[in-house]
Structures are given as C-alpha cells and as structure tokens.
Design a protein around this ligand. Structure first.
Ligand code: 5FU
Length: 262
C-alpha cells in the first residue's frame, strides 16, 4: 500500500502537484513535522516561524487571530517559506456554500489564496464547497485538504460523515490531495491521499478544552498518517521552541522510518 512507500516514491507517482512538492520537500528536509503557530502578534508569529523553519515541512497558520495583521506579515511569511523551504497551510476550515467560500478564499482582508499553498474545508455544505474553492485555488496551483476527522473529544466527524468526505475527495482529486484526519484514508492500491494529523503531543494527553493528543508513533506508525501537526507542544515554552522542534521532528521522522521498514 502507498502508506508504506517512501515519500520519494509517493512524490514520483502522485498525480497532484501540491502533494508532489510536499513529499519532495519532506524527503529533502527529512521532516514530516508541521508546526501550528497559534500566536496573536505578528512579531511572535514571525519569530517562531523563523525558529521552527529549518525543522518543518509545513507551517500552519490561523491568520485571523493575529491582532496586528498586515500585508507585510504575508510578505515576511513568504520570505521565510523560501528561506527555510516550507509550505504554508492556512487552517481556515472553510464551511459555507461554494459561492461564499470562493470570496472568503480570494478576497477580504487576508487574500488567503494568494499566499497559502494549502488550505482546508469542512464537508458539511456538500461538494459545492470544493468546486467554489477550486475556482480560485486550482489556477494558482493550490491544494485542498478535507476535514475527514477532527482531533477533539466528541467530534461529529465520524462514520458516514468521514466515508462520504473521502468519496468527495475521490471525485475531486485535481484539487483535493488529502485530509485532516486521525487515520490513513487510502482504500485502493492506486490511492494516495496525504493525511495531516493535529492533536499530537509527547507530554500530555489533553488541554482541558477538548483537544486530545496522541504520540507521533501512534499517529505515523499505528494510524498510517503522513504529517504530524504540533502546536503548543512546540511553541508553548518560548525558550524551548528550537529544542522541541528538533525533538518532534526526530520523533516523527523515526516513526516514518519504522513504518517504511514494515
Ligand atoms: F482540524 C483540526 C483538528 O481536528 N484539531 C486541531 O487541533 C485542527 N486542529 C488545529 O491544530 C488547531 O486549530 C490548532 O491550530 C492545532 C493544534 O494545536 P495544539 O496546540 O497542538 O493543540
């Protein structure tokens, strides 16, 4: 199965350009770590992005929590993405009808499509959300992840919701290259969805607000996911950002090596 192949092999075979560049860069930098930088000032966001940059394949943002957002923040983030060779993933979780999300993705204050290589969407509204986002994202070479499973306690993203989300992805492989999920989603030998997984921590099991953490080993080896997304585990202690990035990168990469040897 594709899950057990190396990222390089998967890059060579993948039909989606965004997935190909992600797999190539993961192998090049030997990292399957994505850091979620959920801080609320431009200064902190840029400083953490610069510190974690060498260790990540993807930098995940929530751009709408930054109090002093401006165009220069985007320019500097893009410069850091070039400097450190990572992709930017705005975790926007679009959730409206196709026509509305199209504008939310392209316009407004943030102009997400213009700088974020990857974004994601809930499947609650049905397939129109993918079509709407695709009208903006496809011409720019962007990639979309569908939220097939959330990490939080009591999430409704299960059962037929999850399986129908996967069906939607299968019908839109030009734009959708994977999922936010807790398990691998591939069912057919030729199928190779990228699974990026939040809710990853080595030290604690939850945060008191519903978040649930699993270890990189559980996520990559036992559940067959591809990218670990770590937030507070890395930026939580400001003087340990670099040390924690190295620690999670190593844990994620060792888990991947264990899996491809299986
Ligand atoms: F889709 C999801 C999900 O199911 N769980 C999440 O935690 C997204 N997330 C994001 O991952 C969440 O919005 C945070 O940005 C990040 C997890 O951060 P943490 O500090 O590692 O808990």
């Amino acid at each position: 199965l594709n899950t057990y192949k190396s990222y390089t092999e998967r890059a060579e075979q993948h039909p989606n350009a965004c997935a190909r560049s992600l797999f190539e860069l993961m192998e090049r930098k030997k990292t399957n770590l994505s850091v979620a930088v959920d801080v609320t000032t431009k200064k902190e966001l840029l400083s953490i992005a610069d510190s974690v940059g060498p260790y990540v394949c993807v930098l995940k943002t929530h751009i709408d929590i930054v109090e002093d957002f401006d165009k220069d923040l985007v320019a500097q983030l893009e410069a850091l993405a070039k400097k450190h060779d990572f992709l930017i993933f705005e975790d926007r979780k679009f959730a409206d009808i196709g026509n509305t999300v199209k504008h939310q993705y392209e316009k407004g204050v943030y102009k997400i499509a213009s700088w974020s290589h990857i974004t994601n969407a809930h499947t609650v509204p049905g397939e129109g959300i993918i079509k709407g986002l695709g009208e903006v994202g496809l011409p720019l070479g962007r990639g979309l992840l569908l939220l097939a499973e959330m990490s939080s306690k009591g999430a409704l993203t299960k059962g037929s919701y999850t399986t129908e989300s996967v069906e939607m992805a299968r019908r839109n492989k030009d734009f959708v290259f994977g999922f936010i999920a807790q398990h691998k989603m591939n069912e057919y030998p030729d199928e190779d969805f990228v699974v990026m997984t939040p809710g990853v921590g080595l030290d604690i099991k939850g945060d008191g607000l519903g978040q649930q953490y699993r270890t990189p080993h559980e996520v990559i080896v036992e559940s067959g996911c591809d990218v670990i997304i770590v937030g507070r585990g890395i930026y939580g202690k400001p003087d340990e950002v670099e040390a924690q990035s190295k620690r999670y990168r190593e844990a994620g990469w060792n888990a991947y090596l264990e899996r491809v040897r299986m």
